[in-house]
Design a binder for this molecule. Structure first.
Ligand SMILES: [Ca+2]
Length: 176
């Protein structure tokens, strides 16, 4: 990741306004510690799979991503669900091979009133633990540009398919 992008993402990582709750975790591990702006505090669940953390936003807002700073006890398999005010949940991201640390996740912009991290399978014998979590706007998403007009460079990042591609023009240099 380029330093400029990293700087940009760090700058927008302000704690979201809302009420945090979770399936477990209290006291020093209260769910609100995942959005208190302090990387010295954290939410931690009980030591079992299937735990979750949830944010009820102070007001619905359009989001296009989420940044999760995991503690050493992270979820290896988890999914992120979003719901509007109608509490109609849908999954915007899922992984089965998370590696903890910091996850920058982007998805199609959606108006969210609730965001939930569903920790399906832990990576360690401990619980699931998050230092800080931030919501990202579409303007924070990485953009691809290329020297070829008319060829969409986003085809390089549209998932694990070989059916799409970015073709360079028949000249050099070409950049993407
Ligand atoms: Ca914290």
């Amino acid at each position: 990741m380029c330093l400029a992008l990293l700087w940009c993402l760090q700058m927008v990582a302000a704690p979201p306004a809302g009420v945090a709750s979770a399936s477990s975790g209290a006291g020093a591990f209260d769910p609100r510690h995942a959005i208190d702006g302090d990387h010295g505090t954290r939410w931690a669940s009980d030591m079992r799979d299937g735990e979750w953390w949830q944010l009820a936003l102070a007001q619905p807002q359009c989001i296009a991503g989420i940044k999760i700073d995991w503690e050493t006890a992270y979820a290896e398999q988890y999914h992120v669900d979003v719901a509007g005010a109608d509490t109609n949940w849908h999954t915007v991201y899922a992984t089965s091979d998370g590696d903890g640390q910091t996850d920058f996740i982007f998805f199609a912009p959606v108006t969210a009133a609730f965001v939930r991290i569903n920790c399906e399978r832990r990576a360690t014998g401990w619980g699931n633990s998050i230092y800080e979590l931030a919501l990202l706007a579409a303007t924070n998403a990485p953009r691809l540009v290329a020297s070829t007009a008319g060829a969409d460079p986003a085809a390089l990042m549209d998932g694990p398919t070989t059916g799409s591609r970015w073709p360079s023009p028949k000249r050099s240099p070409s950049v993407v």
